[in-house]
Write a protein that binds this ligand. Structure first.
Ligand SMILES: O=P(O)(O)OC[C@H]1O[C@H](OP(=O)(O)O)[C@H](O)[C@@H]1O
Length: 329
């Protein structure tokens, strides 16, 4: 549990806890939730001092970015909102309004971006295609659903996605839209890939060299697709592009608790058993056909250009990010 003090309203801690516990999950959704939390914090600030307000918002930013380390959408959303404090705000009221407006503008941008991704991405799917997707990505799903709405007959293989089984959520979402879905264990992908025309997945972070960090198992799927020359697309908003990688940062990979892999009883009865539960892996750029963004479909090698255009240099320091490499030993 994140330590609660009287500093922020309970809702802010709740959002932070829900992101950490993956009750709120998906790189886009956690970014929007963080923006919403900063907005709530700004609205609820009880003090009367501008400088104190700025410190308070930065503390909230720190709390939120400390919840999960890998998806850069989280610090990028927070940076977007914190820009409000860099503008010429001279009064508490102006600063509060600026934070609220920036948070709203991020949420609005995120919603519009998903619509644009669907619009650009559906063109990559053809009538009769069999599509494979992994985990639960709103960006990837929006592309599939848009193609389906355009009248293209698709069949989707959704991987179960151990250990959290987000493939079940994906299956439900696609079935609700009337898309044909077959749920498969991800260990069957090399067997199934011969039936697949297109792979489409989401992203948690896109690095400056075009590598994509996404749910564990993605890179094995990319490898299988590469072997059979199956096109492999990544659907992602540009706020999942990492400005930190432009200045040499390595994307930290989150390791989650062993209890997500095996039951507590099994763990207790085998105290010498070590368990590793990495939540993400890295797919190299040469395995990726194209990255579908709200700005258009780009080759992975163009990621650095997008980062430079969108962000320039990082806005918040690594101190606020609180990024610490996980100990995997
Ligand atoms: O933003 P959207 O496209 O919804 O999802 C992007 C990615 O976020 C998820 O991470 P997690 O489930 O939070 O660990 C998955 O890795 C998914 O592919």
């Amino acid at each position: 549990m994140i330590k609660e003090t009287a500093l922020f309203p309970q809702q802010v801690y709740q959002i932070a806890n829900d992101i950490r516990d993956m009750k709120i999950r998906g790189a886009g959704r956690i970014a929007k939730a963080a923006a919403e939390a900063l907005k709530i914090a700004a609205e609820s600030y009880k003090g009367e001092d501008l400088e104190d307000f700025k410190r308070y918002i930065k503390e909230a930013a720190k709390l939120l970015t400390s919840t999960r380390p890998t998806a850069v959408s989280l610090p990028n959303a927070v940076s977007w909102v914190l820009k409000a404090l860099n503008t010429n705000v001279n009064t508490l009221q102006a600063a509060r309004e600026a934070v609220i407006n920036q948070a709203n503008s991020f949420i609005q941008y995120a919603d519009q971006a998903l619509r644009k991704i669907a619009e650009y991405g559906e063109k990559m799917l053809r009538d009769g295609d069999t599509v494979l997707t992994h985990c639960n990505s709103l960006a990837a799903i929006s592309v599939i659903v848009e193609a389906h709405k355009k009248g293209k007959k698709l069949h989707v293989f959704a991987t179960e996605t151990r250990p959290m089984y987000q493939g079940y959520i994906t299956s439900e979402m696609l079935l609700k839209e009337g898309v044909n879905v077959t749920l498969i264990p991800e260990s069957s992908v090399r067997q199934i890939i011969r039936k697949v025309d297109r792979v489409i997945v989401g992203a948690d972070t896109v690095a400056a060299n075009g590598a994509v960090v996404n749910k564990i198992g993605t890179s094995l799927i990319a490898l299988a697709a590469h072997e059979r020359a199956v096109d492999f697309f990544v659907a992602t908003e540009t706020f999942k592009f990492s400005p930190y990688t432009l200045i040499g940062d390595i994307v930290p990979i989150e390791f989650r608790p062993p209890s997500e892999i095996v039951g507590v009883d099994f763990l207790k009865s085998h105290p010498n058993l070590r368990i590793l539960n990495p939540a993400f892996d890295v797919t190299p750029p040469n395995y990726i056909t194209g990255i579908i963004t709200e700005l258009g479909i780009i080759p992975p090698k163009a990621a650095a250009i997008i980062i430079e255009e969108m962000y320039g240099r990082p806005v918040i320091s690594s101190e606020i990010l609180g990024r610490v490499e996980e100990d995997i030993s």
